[in-house]
Ligand binder design. Structure first.
Ligand code: UDP
Length: 413
């Protein structure tokens, strides 16, 4: 596998590490359990990390030294791709076994994957995780401008090439498949829709809310709305802040907890801090800054405590190709309110397993929070159904079976 900007063992929740890292790590471990031997190649982004880490029974994370061993924004990595491929080739040529199949993640992993497939004449499976053209459309629609035009154009060309050359594409949601067909001219017959999964043991709802509130220093009386994710404009936290202004007049003790972003300490990330400051200034303008707690990044193994301690989970994204956090909240039986967008509108069945609201509408988000607040038994009913649904459809074991089948079919050809 190639997951170039996303080290599967990275600390999750900063600008450059989120759902893809979790997905690649959990998928590789689930496939490893089924007997696959997986090497995941990523870029060495911290000189304190070892160059090879063993995971599972017979898999490895292998870090390629290219560029400075520090965080580099993925849009600035393009010039390093040839060097990354060259080092990968040197690695493969010096080891005893070649690989039977390649699996690229995102467009950087796909770039290396296409080169590997051509050089070694083996099949390539691709997961995009997000698409540049949809990302740019989202900026145009809501921000009325777009940034990084050159990086976007380079990304589009890379993505189009991957679409043309991959042996198979895995889309995390039907909406991404439609985008690949409509915007990139992909052959629908080449795309399998297989969602991401959730670790059902880690996200276990049998936790005591009162104890966790004490542990996390949350007040017992507060009505807590939780956000978990990277601090990025497209996550729509601005809409949540505006909704909080409205909710403050209706729900006594309403609070918003925002988890994510490396915003303090030695590892502070510049992009995270910029977005944090933008959000804080918006919260001050809306007169709700004292109702919001920015927790910063939380280690993935501790994140379920935050879900269990909250009254509702809000996903206000403007673009969300899949949204692992939706599955995590459903698994934890925390009532979910998500924007009616992309992967979210597929994972969440409106009024069955959660509530959907109009993207970027604080008024609609306000209404949906009030509905859950005033009708806790309806919220609990949806949460019960949500857990059942993730157990049935989103276990990693089940997803690894579907992906193994794709690998096996390609290896038979
Ligand atoms: N996450 C985490 N710590 C944080 C913030 C986020 O472990 O401080 C995890 C979260 O639990 C989820 C992932 O990061 O597993 C975010 O994935 P999602 O698909 O929702 O968003 P993406 O990062 O892909 O945009």
């Amino acid at each position: 596998m190639f997951s170039i900007h996303s080290d599967p063992l990275a600390a999750i929740g900063s600008h450059g590490s989120g759902g893809q890292n979790v997905y690649v790590c959990d998928l590789a471990l689930a496939l490893d359990k089924k007997g696959w031997e997986i090497d995941i190649f990523t870029r060495q982004d911290d000189c304190k990390k070892e160059l090879i880490t063993h995971i599972g029974n017979h898999s490895r994370v292998i870090r390629i030294e290219a560029g400075k061993p520090e965080y580099i924004y993925k849009g600035n990595l393009h010039a390093l791709f040839p060097e990354i491929f060259k080092k990968f080739k040197e690695f493969i040529e010096s080891s005893e076994n070649g690989y039977s199949l390649f699996h690229g993640h995102h467009y950087d992993g796909g770039w290396v994957g296409v080169r590997a497939m051509e050089e070694f004449n083996k099949p390539l499976v691709e997961n995009f995780h997000s698409l540049g053209k949809v990302r740019q459309q989202t900026q145009k629609q809501y921000l009325l401008k777009t940034n990084d035009i050159q990086a976007f154009n380079e990304r589009f060309a890379i993505e189009e090439n991957i679409v043309r050359k991959s042996s198979a594409i895995i889309s995390l949601a039907e909406t991404e498949k439609e985008d690949l067909v409509n915007l990139y001219g992909a052959n629908p017959g080449n795309i399998s829709v297989i969602p991401g999964g959730v670790n059902l043991r880690q996200f276990n709802p049998d936790k005591d809310k009162a104890i966790l509130r004490k542990k996390l220093n949350f007040s017992e009386e507060d009505y807590i709305l939780l956000f978990v994710g990277r601090l990025e404009w497209r996550k729509g936290i601005g809409t949540l802040i505006s909704a909080l202004n409205l909710l403050n007049k209706k729900i006594k003790n309403v609070k918003v907890i925002i988890v994510g972003g490396e915003i303090s300490g030695n590892n502070k990330n510049r992009e995270d801090v910029e977005e944090y400051e933008r959000l804080l200034s918006k919260a001050r303008d809306e007169k709700v800054a004292d109702l919001i707690q920015f927790v910063g990044r939380v280690d993935h193994e501790n994140i379920s405590d935050y879900y269990a301690a909250s009254d509702a989970f809000i996903i206000p994204s403007y673009y969300e190709p899949f949204g692992l956090v939706a599955l995590e909240a459903l698994a934890m039986k925390t009532p979910v309110i998500a924007s009616r967008k992309d992967g979210l509108k597929i994972t969440i069945s409106d009024r069955e397993t959660g509530l959907l609201f109009e993207p970027r509408s604080p008024e609609d988000l306000y209404k949906k929070v009030v509905e859950i607040y005033e009708n806790p038994s309806f919220a609990a009913q949806m949460a019960e159904k949500g857990r059942k649904m993730v157990e049935e459809k989103y276990s990693w074991n089940n997803i690894a079976d579907q992906i193994s089948e794709i690998y096996n079919n390609l290896l038979k050809k």
